[in-house]
Design a protein. Sequence first.
Lengths: 102, 102, 226, 730
Amino acid sequence: MNFEAVADVMLKPGIADPQGQTIERALVALGYSGVGEVRVGKHIELSVDAPSRADAHATVTRMCEQLLANTVIESYEVGVLEPSGDGDHGHDSPRRERVLEA
Amino acid sequence: MNFEAVADVMLKPGIADPQGQTIERALVALGYSGVGEVRVGKHIELSVDAPSRADAHATVTRMCEQLLANTVIESYEVGVLEPSGDGDHGHDSPRRERVLEA
Amino acid sequence: MTARAAIVVFPGSNCEGDCARALGALGVATELVWHTDEGLPDCDLVVVPGGFAHGDYLRTGAIARFSPVMGAVRAHAAAGKLVIGICNGWQILCEAGLLPGALRRNSGLKFVCKWTDIRVANAATPFSTRAEEGQVLRVPVNHFEGNWYCDRDVLSRVHANRQIVFRYADNPNGALDDVAGLTNEAGNVLGMMPHPERASEALLGSEDGRLILGSMLDHVSALAPA
Amino acid sequence: MGAWVHRELGLTDDELDSIVRRLGRDPTYTELAMFSVMWSEHCSYKSSRKHLATLPSRGDHIIIGPGEGAGVVEVVPGVAVAWKVESHNHPSYVEPGNGAATGVGGIVRDILSMGARPIALLDSLRFGAPGDAHTNYLIDGVVGGISSYGNAIGVPTVGGEAVFDSCYAQNPLVNVACLGIVEGELQQGRAEGPGNVFVLIGSSTGRDGIGGASVLASAEFDAGSSEKRPAVQVGDPLAEKLLIEGCLELAGRGLLVGFQDLGAGGISCPVAEMTSKAGTGAIVDLDQVHRREPGMAPFEVMISESQERMLAVVDPADVDEVLAICERWELVGRVVGVVTPTGRVVVEGGGEVVADVPADALAEEAPIYDRASIRPGELEELSAAEPGDGPPEDLGAALLALLSSPTVASKRWIWEQYDHMIGLGTVIGPGADAAVIRLPGSEAAVALAVDGPGRYCVLDPYEGARLAVAEAARNVACTGARPVAVTNCLNFGNPEKPGVMWAFTETVRGLGDACEALGTPVTGGNVSFYNETEGRAVFPTPVIGMLGALESAADAVGMGLVGDGEALVLLGDTGGSDFGGSEYGKVMWGALGGRPPALDIDAEAALHRLLHEAARGHLLRSAHDCSAGGAGVALALAAFAGGRGFEVELPGDEPHRSLFAESPGRAVVSCSRDDLDALSDLAARHAVTAVRIGATGGAALDYGFVAVPLKVAEKAWSTGFATSISTTID
Ligand SMILES: Nc1ncnc2c1ncn2[C@@H]1O[C@H](COP(=O)(O)OP(=O)(O)O)[C@@H](O)[C@H]1O
Ligand SMILES: [Mg+2]
């Protein structure tokens, strides 16, 4: 089965995120007063073949450990969608649900 | 109320994503055979004050239009979590669910 | 008459001094303007120099375009006066909507600093009259996001208006149509990736950049009342 | 406090005893943390200080020698530069991108601390053989880190070196050198004048990098090292750029009484060092330190290595102006303490005194060790081993193999990622023997090179160090510059091992002797010990940063052949048996053994004087030194750089020795036929052998006994490294 998956890779809490801080200042300057704790990471979408949703999840987790994240300073979250069945897993699907795990 | 929100900013479908392609090749080289359609974007987490979840969503959407995305080449998805109530919205929450909308 | 240039400086800009020096060598009086200034000094041309405005965080030019000074830059452009955005300056002008399209990450996914040859595609702009059409100029590039892109409609308008001023002979970044520099529709705002200020002295490898900066001066003095 | 806390912080039982004796009581936790960073190898130089003190450091042109943030040298009358190299080896192994980036940030702040504007960077890199996935990941990360940081702060990276050997596979070396131009008053790291205040300028303080010096840079790596990872910091080049501009404005307006950067050891380091040097004391109020994380313990604030921060000592009357300037540069400035006459560093946090220790105990009086040093027995075997000097089956194939070996092959893939032009000073950029940088506001220029031939050093660290100095000076001399001063970074294994310590002392001895002989005093440097993983150390690797002076930038000589039909001249003598530690031995025979090339330092100095005079007299069209790969490779590189071939005949009976022996003291130069006699006369006057070997031009590298098409050779050279690095990353 083919699954659509995502991995969000973020700097670990406590590690400086100058980019996030700069964006936060810019948002405040634009008048968004109640904004805080902006942090920026990578959002990776991909499709994987796997016998089950759990297997797909395990595979993407391995990818994160091995390549997608630098676990020295980054943590990641993996999410896998239910298989789309017909193999159509466009990135512009209008509405989807996703379970993210630490 | 304080909401934890995310914005995922991706290159629009149809615009080449060499970074995604490079990661895809690297994953294949590492032996992940069933992987495809890798695309890479930005994952931005932030907290916003808003009277309701819908307002928070609208605010973050405005941020994307104005600053977070360049809509000439990028599209975005905004997600807002239910308020954490006690104001504690750590980024390391062990397990959470999130609804993402286009 | 001495031409006057305002060089806009954002936190993280880093080519403002080089631009001032290259323009100064051509006899231009230059003034640095900090991004929080609401207005510009009285000037003939505005330079948005290269660098990493606001660290290039989030996206090149994304934050800079909201700086207070950009209102005055917009007004200067709307009045038909010259604006040149070099490298990061082009990225900022793009984000600000003063120039069409967007600049994406280099297709090679690496920062690239090297000498390039660019061909003059239109010698009838305020930025290229000292050169000839088809002339090849040696000017270095230095960027991570120089890969210009626009959609098909915009591209056909850009062609129809002859907005493309410079094309790479050997495209270093994947830019659509080999675009190294182009103007707005009105033709008074130029964005270019190569750095003309770095090609202003034979000792440093090339003087071809002076043709570009010098063309602007010709334009300015032609406008000046006699 | 647990009985073993000090050990976890890297202090020995004896060191703890000594602290207790100095204080007359048990230290508080904050005090212990401060001692642990200040007495770490990285900050205190406790194993090396005694030896470094023997290096020659004086000269009429040396304004500031070792001991300050950077050495300061008057390159031509009235023009002074600050110059220093530093390592960031351990952080770059743990997290290559940010490790290397923060290495750039750190050395730039060293230069800034002198009140000098940073105008050039060079990087000296060592990795395992490229092609291996992890090695490529490290190379890609390190180069990307230097690129992202150096480019953004607007300081050009104008040169460097990249060397590959399996001994660096688990211990990459990332050394970065920075040059700054002194624009106004020199700044000093001294907290003079009780009543003056400390202003902390720059980024907020977080928990990142806590214990970087004591934990990461002062111990070997082992399987558990990944647990130490939070000690890595993330760089913020935007903050650094603003820090540079803001601090230079403060210095330019004469608002700084004392000034120092925060690097290893965090705020503890400048407070202790500046007060200790001035014979004053300090009261620091940690509550005033701007932080980015809640709940930080006093000790964490005291030793956090958060990046992009400087500490200024300021007259209270100037504080408002200082803070206003900070604000205009979008920097946070906070008054965090006051200078006292007590000789003690007192730290307060949350209304309590958390530390109260003598400043000297932290700084000046840190322990000094005279560690055991024994010549390792294995050296006999190495000396007896084959250097790999047998003839090849095919000379042409050998040449191509050398040209495509990663250490010799083109590093364009690296340096094209660096902005090497900003500042409009780069007269000669990367890819040459040395970079030549025109100094702002002056006709004069400096030539800069970094060199560290580890393969010679492992065979004989004394000779290796001398060869390193000779090569660095030769690189500078080839541009026409006069070598004037040295900075250095000494990369070694665990100094607690007598064999390592022996190699270290021999290296320092060789460094000192060579610098003495060449008249290039050592103005500073850095020592990086514990470059060991699983008990295996890197080659002893002294990286020499040589500074050369050119009275006029227009005199600079390039390495590429210019014009056809010009005379090609080999300067210096070729010793046919100079193959120990050679690139030829490595590439052709996988060998490492014998003696390093024999160095006649007086002949070397004569060559440098000749090159300098010839350049001033405009006799040279090009000059390139002979180093790795010998005269054969040197000629080929001059051909590639000039885009034309040559026809030569090299002296000697055995072609492979003529081509590939690595005798020092040599260069291949070209000159117009009309200038040949003048050049020969000049060489004779300097007692340097000058042999006309042929002429420039043509589409071949024609060595007489073998010829290779220029295109073929250039392809081997230009793709040798690039292919092995890109295949597995992309
Ligand atoms: N890491 C690097 N950073 C910048 N430039 C480099 C680097 N590595 C090599 N270079 C450039 O390539 C040139 C050739 O390097 P190298 O093989 O060390 O030459 P040599 O042995 O003659 O000094 C250097 O002089 C330098 O300018
Ligand atoms: Mg050399």
